[in-house]
Design a protein. Structure first.
Length: 292
């Protein structure tokens, strides 16, 4: 994908111009293979599995349309940001409403303290924030070869261990395993230098899967730990745009999202990608300490 298009940074960074012409939308194959593996392993034998599948299809479908629109002409911007966000929020509300069929209702697990929190009337807005926020955060992270794919694989492995440790969430394990395995396989082609890009269809679809699985397994707050890379990427964009608009066009970072800031600071792309993977692995390991 191209970096986020805000007026405080160029639509295409100089080092990315050499990558023009690389095939994209590889996420279609990734999601297809990962989804098929999950379904064959019993991923739709429980209503939660159908909710994950619907979130991947709907939000991934938005990414597919966005990718198609970008092919219309050089430097086309695709779908406007507001409709993409609105659809993702609606999907989050759908997943949140479906989760209410679980006897645990509106409960989330609090990391480390081994207690639960009843979100109450705020459950649906919370679900919208988790699913839509995760989908867009993963999409922002997809700016370097294999960066988002590797970090998503690590996050899904962490969520899979969480779901495996909780008998009530084990129906989600096939989705974690299937999509994580597909991500690792896709890295064969997507690692630096990439021969195919993930595309918005893959980034948004994977982000929707991660957010939905975290929500349905009641590990949404834990996702702030194991998905810390995505959180930092999203916060860097929010801070950059806010600073540019409200501080007389002053920037906090050289450019956002965060990985571009470090790259323009002199860190080579392969080293930067591996360092982000290491950060994701360490955050996932830290998250394991929160297991009940």
């Amino acid at each position: 994908m191209q970096p986020a298009r805000y007026e405080d940074c160029p639509p295409l960074l100089p080092y990315q111009q050499a990558k023009q012409g690389t095939p994209t939308m590889g996420g279609l194959l990734l999601l297809g293979v990962g989804g098929a593996m999950a379904i064959l392993a019993g991923g739709v034998s429980h209503p939660d599995g159908w909710l994950v599948l619907s979130a991947v299809l709907l939000i991934g479908g938005v990414g597919f349309l966005d990718d198609l629109l970008k092919f219309r002409r050089p430097n086309a911007s695709g779908l406007p940001a507001l409709p993409k966000l609105a659809i993702a929020l609606c999907v989050g509300a759908w997943v949140g409403a479906g989760a209410l069929a679980d006897p645990r209702g509106r409960v989330v697990e609090l990391p480390w303290v081994h207690r639960t929190l009843d979100v109450g009337w705020g459950w649906i807005p919370f679900a919208m924030l988790v699913v839509a926020g995760c989908a867009h955060a993963v999409n922002l992270t997809d700016g370097m070869d294999g960066l988002a794919t590797g970090c998503v694989a690590l996050a899904l492995m962490g969520l899979g261990i969480w779901a495996l440790a909780d008998p009530r969430s084990r129906a989600l394990v096939p989705w974690c395993a299937g999509l994580a395995g597909a991500c690792v396989g896709f890295l064969w082609f997507n690692s630096f230098p990439a021969s195919v890009f993930l595309g918005d269809v893959g980034a948004l679809g994977l982000g929707a899967a991660v957010g939905s699985i975290a929500l349905l397994s009641r590990a949404s707050l834990w996702l702030l730990i194991i998905g810390g890379v995505f959180v930092c990427e999203a916060i860097s964009v929010i801070l950059q745009v806010a600073s540019y608009q409200w501080r007389n066009k002053r920037r906090i970072f050289r450019v956002a999202p965060l990985h571009h800031h470090f790259h323009l600071g002199g860190v080579s792309e392969p080293k930067l990608i591996v360092r982000f993977w290491i950060a994701g692995l360490l955050l996932a390991a830290l998250g394991f300490t929160a297991l009940p």
